[in-house]
Design a protein around this ligand. Structure first.
Ligand code: SF4
Ligand code: SF4
Length: 63
C-alpha cells in the first residue's frame, strides 16, 4: 500500500532523497508522494524509509 504526506508536513525535505524509487517531490505547499510510484519500500528496506526520516510523523499509509 502506498503512503501519502499529510498537511502536517513542515517541508523539511528530509524524506525526498531517502526514497529508493524517487516517489517523493516538493509540491506547491507540502511535499508529495506519487502513489503510482511508491512501493512502501517493499524490496528495498524493512520499513518505510520516509517514515523513518520524517521528524513530524506525517506519512501514513494511503487508505
Ligand atoms: S514508503 Fe518508501 S517508496 Fe514509498 S515514498 Fe516512502 S520512501 Fe518512497
Ligand atoms: S520528512 Fe516529513 S516533514 Fe519533512 S518534507 Fe518529508 S513529509 Fe514533510
Amino acid at each position: 500500500m502506498p503512503r501519502l504526506i499529510t498537511e502536517e508536513c513542515i517541508n523539511c525535505g528530509a524524506c525526498e532523497p531517502e526514497c529508493p524509487v524517487g516517489a517523493i517531490s516538493e509540491g506547491e505547499n507540502i511535499y508529495i508522494i506519487d502513489t503510482n510510484v511508491c512501493v512502501d519500500c517493499k524490496g528495498h528496506y524493512d520499513s518505510p524509509r520516509c517514515v523513518e526520516y520524517c521528524p513530524v510523523d506525517c506519512i501514513p499509509p494511503l487508505e
